[in-house]
Design a protein around this ligand. Structure first.
Ligand code: HT7
Ligand code: ZN
Length: 871
């Protein structure tokens, strides 16, 4: 596969003013007819170069210009598209081609999911539908006619319905017109036997918008939460960003086969069923919250992505980073702000930091790619959102809003760059973000090494900061970043010291140099710094806290995020010591300070229970692996199990008390307070069951038998599967499956609970699950629930010392690549990190990865990831 470079970007030679499409749907031979009004792009230069259209896996039927058919020698058709000589500055191009939706297992372009036709065009899927300039800077007005047998009663596309009728025989048609010019990646089509729920939203200017959610009939009872989330998101975007919805109708469709979470097609969002369907009986609190945030995310794209789109795919973070930031703020406003931040940062530190330190490390705005689908990454999305958050921190709420207003006003209807976004922020606020732009171009996670000095005679406190950033592929040297470091200073009694004569108690230091010192005057005692509050920048911070200082921060910091973070630091240290002792063959012992710190968390009844739950949770094995210089999987597992076991034993009575206090019968509501209580109760239950005491397992049994919502039911199931005897676990698994086998989302949960279980998710068990009728290699949700859960969340079983887990993953990736290259390229990630492992593991992982490379012709997706990781 060839590499595409950002530096090679050229404006499109031709523009497409209007796109008329007609689909005659048939499972194996859908006929697509297009009529494109094309003209030379005056901004692209002189002359009339040939027109180049993208097209992949298409059967060309005919090509015509202005009503005249072209002979086969009048154009060139090759594997990746069509080349047509041009003789006029403006013309209408007519193309007819055939496609095979049923044979399309890649889930890109037009495909069938359980008999329903649907599309996925981002990033480059439209070229699998018809020949077209498939690039985001070609924006066109689409009119789409869908013709299908009458037993596909629902026919949807973007925009507003403008015509429908019957066609001789048993067919009918519907025509849709989208008044907004859009790139082809936002095109969508759906056809099927679907039902809908409908509601209405009145926008801030008083327009009425029809809201519809379509699903297969059996799922129609699972749409209420998504509809509620959609209306909340629409209101929030009006209030916080002044953004109003622009069409008369907004539709969501749930599909079972989908490569990602959802897609923001104009006026017709398509969702992975798992990210939209929920009912209290079938979905956990985590699923409810995920749905709320994804529904909002896709809706927010209507402005940050659709009205203002990307010039090219290198700018992907322009829409994704900004939209993730917007959805995170929305979720924070709807739920607990601190807990949302903790969840997002833990995920970032574990997974994005690992990506940034691995073979696929790339800047938020990558410089090159072989396959763009590989760049829908944690870096582009999550780190991209952190970059936007830093701008927000530097400019403040109002300054940021001024910047976003200017950005939307300036670029409405255009395809633009990350540079345009930053420039709007600068221009609206009269600031210079020149150095800040390095966050877009330099990869890697910066490290801040912080030390301090206190001069008691002068009451002067000096904080010295040194920043560095490790080399990443293609970027050996890094220039200093512009880093906002939010901080406060605590007195010995935990109170917040004033940082200046105005009595300010929190400030944002702007770090711009490789080494820099900040002086605070009038500080009456040696302070304890609370650094990087709210995780104000995506960096690592090294500061030599004593355990007593960490305990003080845990107890007294006014910044809830840093209270949690102090606890994590304490746990990291204890776990690092345990790993070291394990390797040295020394008897393991848990530091009593950690035990006491955890006990005191449980006793703070005034804290948000969800925050208590987060604070009680030890860093995951994956997080410990990310933090380690060299990963020794065995030592990590031994240390973490030992710590968890000891905490559970020592705090048994406190945990029991917490569980009982929160174990009350309340009707289910997916609201923040109730979610928080369930979270703490189930965290306590999981700990209690770690002891495998009969008393604890009986609590899980009782909860499992009597739960009236999936959060409690799934938590009890996981406790029984992960702990205790086999008979009990099997009985729970069996009854759960019998009850829920008709429900796709619950079956996926059932599969994942087993494959991620250190105790029950052995490789043998995972292979057995793959042979279960519920497993389907062509369904990405099933693949993620079994193979993904095993290799990403079952640290113990995946890292078996004989390397069997790595070989299994390689084998599955090879098989999947033939069906769905995007999923194969994502799934292979765990074995691409081989360089960080200790020697034995490293060799086995490398061999597994090499076996993928040697297995024959790989897709471009998989080839890119594997070849870069083998280097
Ligand atoms: N913008 C959407 C991206 C997406 C996607 C990308 C590649 C392959 C399949 C895909 N499905 C959806 C999702 C989003 O960020 O909103
Ligand atoms: Zn998005």
């Amino acid at each position: 596969p060839r590499t595409v470079y950002l530096k090679d970007y050229r404006k499109p030679d031709y523009l497409v003013d209007s796109t008329r499409l007609r689909f005659e749907l048939e499972p194996n031979s859908t006929v697509v007819t297009s009529s494109l009004e094309i003209r030379r792009n005056p901004a692209a230069g002189e002359g009339l170069p040939p027109l180049r259209l993208d097209g992949v896996n298409l059967e060309l039927v005919s090509v015509g210009i202005d009503g005249v058919a072209l002979g086969v020698d009048e154009y060139t058709c090759h594997d990746e598209g069509l080349i047509i000589p041009v003789h006029r500055g403006a013309f209408t191009l007519e193309i007819c081609n055939r496609i095979d939706p049923e044979g399309n297992t890649s889930l890109e372009g037009l495909y069938l999911s359980n008999g329903m036709y649907c599309t996925q065009c981002e990033a480059e899927g439209f070229r699998k539908i018809t020949y077209y300039p498939d690039r985001p800077d070609v924006m066109s007005k689409f009119t789409t006619t869908i013709v299908a047998p009458r037993d596909y009663p629902v026919l949807l596309s973007n925009g507003n319905e403008i015509a429908r009728g019957e066609i001789e025989g048993d067919r009918h048609f519907v025509t849709w017109e989208d008044p907004f010019a859009k790139p082809a990646y936002l095109f969508a089509l759906v056809a099927g036997r679907l039902e809908k729920v409908e509601d209405q939203f009145t926008t801030m200017s008083g327009r009425k918008v029809t809201l519809q959610i379509f699903t297969e009939p059996k799922n129609i009872g699972k749409c209420e939460h998504a509809m509620h989330s959609l209306k909340a998101a629409m209101r929030w975007d009006e209030e916080v960003y002044g953004r109003e919805y622009d069409l008369d109708i907004f539709m969501i469709v749930a599909v079972d086969h989908f490569n990602m979470g959802a897609m923001e097609n104009k006026g017709l969002n398509i969702f992975n069923s798992a990210c939209v369907l929920a009912s209290p009986e079938t979905a956990t609190d985590a699923a409810f919250q995920r749905i709320e945030s994804i529904v909002a995310h896709e809706y927010f794209h209507n402005w940050s992505g659709n009205r203002v789109t990307c010039r090219d795919w290198f700018q992907l973070s322009l829409k994704e980073g900004f939209t993730v930031f917007r959805d995170a703020e929305f979720s924070a406003d709807m739920n607990s702000r601190a807990v949302k931040r903790i969840e997002d940062v833990s995920m970032l530190r574990t997974t994005q930091f690992a990506e940034d330190a691995g073979p696929m490390s790339h800047p938020v705005r990558p410089d090159s790619y072989m396959e763009i689908s590989n760049f829908y990454t944690l870096t582009v999305y999550e780190k991209g959102a952190e970059v936007v958050r830093m701008i927000h921190t530097l400019l403040g709420e109002e300054g940021f809003r001024r910047g976003s207003d200017l950005y939307f006003e300036r670029h409405d209807g255009c395809a633009v760059t990350c540079e345009d976004f930053v420039a709007a922020m600068e221009d609206a606020n009269g600031v210079d973000l020149k150095q800040f732009r390095r966050w877009y171009s330099q990869a890697g996670t910066p490290l801040l090494e912080i030390s301090d000095d206190y001069d008691s005679a002068g009451e002067r406190y000096t904080l010295s900061v040194r920043q560095s950033c490790p080399a990443t592929p293609g970027q050996p040297e890094k220039k200093p970043f512009h880093i906002p470091l939010k901080l406060g200073l605590l007195a010995g009694d935990g109170s917040e010291l004033a940082l200046d004569t105005d009595g300010t108690r929190e400030t944002v230091l702007e770090i711009t140099e490789a080494e820099q010192a900040f002086v605070f005057e009038g500080i009456p005692e040696r302070p304890l710094p609370s650094l990087l509050r709210g995780f104000s920048a995506p960096v690592r911070v090294r500061y030599d806290y004593t355990p007593a200082q960490l305990r003080l921060l845990m107890r007294a910091d006014s910044d809830a995020f840093n209270r949690w973070d102090a606890g994590q630091r304490l746990a990291f240290r204890a776990l690092a010591q345990l790993q070291q002792d394990f390797r040295a063959g020394v008897e393991l012992q848990l530091q009593p300070e950690l035990m006491e710190a955890y006990r005191s968390i449980l006793q703070q009844e005034d804290l948000d229970p969800a925050l208590v739950a987060e604070m009680l949770t030890l860093p995951s094995a994956q997080t410990l692996a990310e933090e380690a210089e060299v990963i020794d999987a065995e030592a990590i597992i031994a240390a973490r199990n030992f710590a968890e076991q000891n905490l559970a034993e020592a705090l048994f009575e406190d945990l029991l008390e917490t569980f009982r206090r929160l174990d009350h019968d309340k009707p289910y509501r997916p609201l923040a307070d109730d979610i928080a209580e369930r979270r703490l109760k189930n965290t306590a239950l999981a700990y209690l069951c770690v002891t495998e005491k009969e008393e604890a397992l009986q609590l899980a049994d009782t909860q499992f038998a009597s739960a009236t919502n999936m959060t409690d039911s799934a938590a009890a199931l996981a406790a029984l599967v992960n702990r205790g005897d086999d008979q009990r676990a099997q009985a729970a698994l069996q009854s759960f499956y019998e009850r829920w086998k008709e429900d796709d989302q619950v079956v996926e949960l059932w599969l994942a609970v087993q494959s991620s279980s250190p105790k029950r998710g052995s490789l043998e068990a995972v292979r057995a699950l793959m042979a279960h009728p519920a497993f389907e290699l062509t369904n990405p949700n099933r693949v993620r629930s079994v193979i993904g859960a095993f290799s990403n969340r079952n640290f113990l079983q995946f890292h078996q010392p004989d390397g069997s887990g790595f070989r299994f993953l390689a084998e599955q990736v090879i098989a999947l690549d033939k069906l769905n290259p995007q999923i194969a390229a994502r799934l292979v990630t765990p074995i691409t990190r081989w360089k960080k492992y200790c020697q034995g593991q490293q060799e086995m992982m490398h061999a597994a990865l090499q076996s993928v490379m040697d297995s024959g012709q790989l897709s471009a997706d998989l080839y890119e990831v594997v070849s870069k990781s083998l280097k």
